[in-house]
Design a protein around this ligand. Structure first.
Ligand code: ZN
Ligand code: ZN
Length: 135
């Protein structure tokens, strides 16, 4: 696989460390890491920023399953009291105090992966809510 120079776009031979044309470093993994770091800085993890109120932090709690004997892992926002119950790899929006919250209305009882909740917490999916809304 040729390595495309991120600066001038020239395709360099595999294993090249610097661009033949402009001398830009071509350490692919470093470039990838740099991109990951900026992405990480942009997107706060949803456990740091509740997807519902965008204010509170989420804390791990044990929640007793309704009528069940076992308890499940859950996350609770101390600000808006939203509760996310862990369902295998996903988290289900189980409860929120403010039922007029648009995120609650759209995502109540939905199971999403942590990454998807992060996107909502960071406003990624949130504006799309209005797409299907009837005015
Ligand atoms: Zn170059
Ligand atoms: Zn909250």
């Amino acid at each position: 696989m040729k390595i495309k120079c991120p600066l001038c776009g020239l395709e360099n031979e595999e294993g090249s460390k610097f661009c033949k044309n402009c001398n830009e470093p071509l350490f692919k993994s470093e470039i990838d890491n740099r991109q990951k770091v900026t992405e990480f800085q942009k997107n706060v993890d949803w456990t740091e920023k509740c997807p519902i109120c965008k204010t509170g932090k989420l804390w791990h709690i044990k929640k007793k399953v309704f009528l069940g004997l076992s308890s499940v892992d859950a996350l609770k926002c101390l600000n808006c009291e939203a509760i996310f119950v862990k369902v295998e790899e996903k988290y289900k929006l189980f409860e929120a105090k403010d039922h007029f919250n648009p995120v609650w209305q759209e995502y109540k009882n939905k199971e999403l992966k942590g990454a998807e909740w992060s996107r909502i917490a960071n406003g990624g999916i949130y504006p799309m809510l209005y797409k299907g809304m009837k005015i």
